[in-house]
Write a protein that binds this ligand. Structure first.
Ligand SMILES: Nc1nc2c(ncn2[C@@H]2O[C@H](COP(=O)(O)OP(=O)(O)OP(=O)(O)O)[C@@H](O)[C@H]2O)c(=O)[nH]1
Ligand SMILES: [Mg+2]
Length: 319
């Protein structure tokens, strides 16, 4: 079986675990008509089940209390992996994706965190940088630094990616985007803010050594859907973001959570096609037509506009 690791990256509370849980939910709905199956490991399935329950409850609570403060979901205590196996329906899976989730406090002066991040950022074929979109967009970005820790994020990537000798994928995923994806103009603004606030990180990826090795894409996701930013309350210098549900009967409706996974598959496909010398792609991948076809099917329909954009190295994706 071919195995790839991915690291979910970002400070506390931005929505890392929510995204990992919703990702499978949306994909599963899309592919259950095909001959391909994605199966989570039993442990992953139970984590996802728990998390989806919480996310759905978060949605339902609005029925009682139109406005809801953040905090409905438990913080992650220690690293956890989300394992997805991909293969033909009823057959032994051929491709295994392990997505690592860690507690956001690992990013801030934490010995254990340092060890974990160094190890996993080094060996992961892709990193998903989760960004809290309301902190980036509201109050003229006043809470962006506190919530999204862009300086720590950049410093980690600089530390590990400098001198890189294999191709990598960086997915910047703004989360809680319900309010910023409602029309084309808002989506454009969101993308522009990402480019502005992550300018120096993007510049780093453009450096001579990395320009051809690092693909960068922005994929805004809505892990709850139907829940929109409403206001910010500040207590003792700490912001609380308050969300509103305009239609109190609207169901839990995650949007675009499968997109990061699709880009990941496209990235894997292309690197196989070019037959470059990647340590983590075994030759068997090329000989297995079904697997190739399955991944191709799964990778279809990557969004490329309205807030989505390949910022660097389009040619590292299978198009
Ligand atoms: N409105 C809205 N809220 C979201 C969305 N995704 C996550 N949230 C909220 O954000 C909070 C934090 O989400 P988590 O997934 O636990 O964040 P995390 O990054 O895993 O946090 P740590 O585990 O502490 O590092 C949750 O309580 C959710 O209520 C979204 O798409 N929309
Ligand atoms: Mg978490």
């Amino acid at each position: 079986m071919l195995e790839f690791e991915v690291l979910m990256f970002g400070p506390a509370y931005v929505g890392k675990t929510s995204l990992l849980s919703s990702m499978y939910y949306e994909y599963d709905r899309e592919i259950n008509q095909t001959s391909i199956q994605i199966t989570p490991d039993p442990e992953t399935a139970s984590t996802i089940g728990e998390r989806l329950g919480e996310l759905k409850a978060l949605n339902d609570e609005f029925k009682l209390e139109e406005e809801l403060r953040e905090g409905g979901i438990n913080t992650t205590g220690s690293p956890r992996k989300f394992v997805f196996n991909i293969g033909r329906l009823g057959e032994t899976p051929k491709l295994k994706l392990t997505l690592w989730d860690f507690p956001g406090f690992y990013l801030v002066n934490n010995k254990e965190g340092e060890k974990f991040i160094t190890e996993h950022l080094n060996k992961s074929v892709a990193v998903l940088i989760a960004v809290d979109a309301p902190a980036l967009m509201e109050a003229r970005g006043k809470w962006h630094f506190k919530r999204n820790s862009p300086i720590q994020v950049k410093s980690w990537l600089q530390k590990v990616y400098s001198g890189l000798n294999s191709n990598r994928l960086v997915i910047i995923a703004p989360i809680k985007c319900e309010s910023y994806m409602k029309d084309e103009q808002s989506a454009k603004k969101l993308l522009a803010r990402i480019k502005e606030e992550y300018k120096s990180l993007l510049q780093f990826f453009k450096s001579d050594n990395l320009a051809e090795k690092v693909a960068v894409v922005v994929t805004p996701v809505q892990t709850v859907g139907n829940v929109f930013f409403s206001s910010i309350q500040v207590n003792n210098g700490e912001p609380k973001f308050i969300f509103k549900k305009p239609d109190i009967d609207a169901d839990y409706a995650p949007q675009d959570n499968e997109q990061p996974l699709k880009y990941l598959l496209r990235f894997l496909l292309k690197n196989y096609l070019k037959k470059r010398n990647f340590g983590w792609i075994a030759d068997t991948f090329g000989q297995d037509d079904f697997l190739y076809q399955a991944v191709y099917e799964l990778a279809k329909d990557c969004k490329t506009n309205n807030g989505f954009e390949i910022v660097q190295s389009k040619d590292l994706f299978y198009m």
